[in-house]
Design a protein around this ligand. Sequence first.
Ligand code: HSE
Length: 307
Amino acid sequence: MKNEIKIFSPATVANVACGFDVLGFCLDSIGDEMVIRKTDKKGIHITKIEGFDLPFEAELNVAGVSALAMYEAAKPDCGFEIEIYKNIKPGSGIGSSAASAVGSVFGMNELLGKPYNQTELTQFAIKGEALASKCEHADNLAPALFGGFTLVKSISPLEILEIPSPKNLYATIIHPQIEIKTSESRAILPKEIPLQDAITQWSNFGSLIHSLHTSDYELLQRSLHDVIVEPHRSKLIPHYKEAKKAALQHGALGAGISGSGPSIFTLSKGLENANKVQDALEKVYSKTGIAFEIHVTKINTEGIKIL
Ligand code: HSE
């Protein structure tokens, strides 16, 4: 059995407009790399972090906390070293903490001969994710591990459903370079919602899931609306309304806040449309003086992988 493994841990988009805390999808070309190594020395040791300034103490690091959760359950007769090559900026809204949280447990599981299934790995990774967002949610973790679109049917007990991805669906993601902490953008959400909003939201959510199963792009377009979370969180993202309008005018099927923001995701039918949306979003933010990164990617149906 191998003693060392290098992995690609992908970025993800959570919520997908009307699926707050339950729906997510996996991105193709954006992600972190991690090396996980078995050691004689017991325990979890983070030995290298490149890209961003993050804590080396396992108990304070998202990847470390999920690794410790698995380590305590598995009780292996070895330890693990973790190297993190972080490309996804923390606080970007495309699952930075989730990529770290799933990376360590996926790598350790491979090195131990795969004693755990993907749902069990998600369960360990939730502990790491909770360190970052101060609450247990799995809508970034599940798509990072399973790939494609995933629906977190329940957190306790954890139940994850894999939802099919229409073949020709592409995402354009823009990340205005401001930081929004998930814990803070959760704190501004109302605790109660009007019944009429709930009805609109679950009708959109149900039809969104149906559109993914049937590759019905028109229905998908009519379903990507969020009347509950977006009205509050969009205030935290400068030029959000303008960007969304430009994306929709240039052929996006829909647009919304990626996870807790500030990234904005759009979905388009075909690469050509996704590229047009990229140009439109670039134009909006170029005028603002806010630095940004932008990506066009297909839906990654594979999820986390060994390099
Ligand atoms: N569903 C979570 C939220 C995702 O929106 O707060 C955080 O990335």
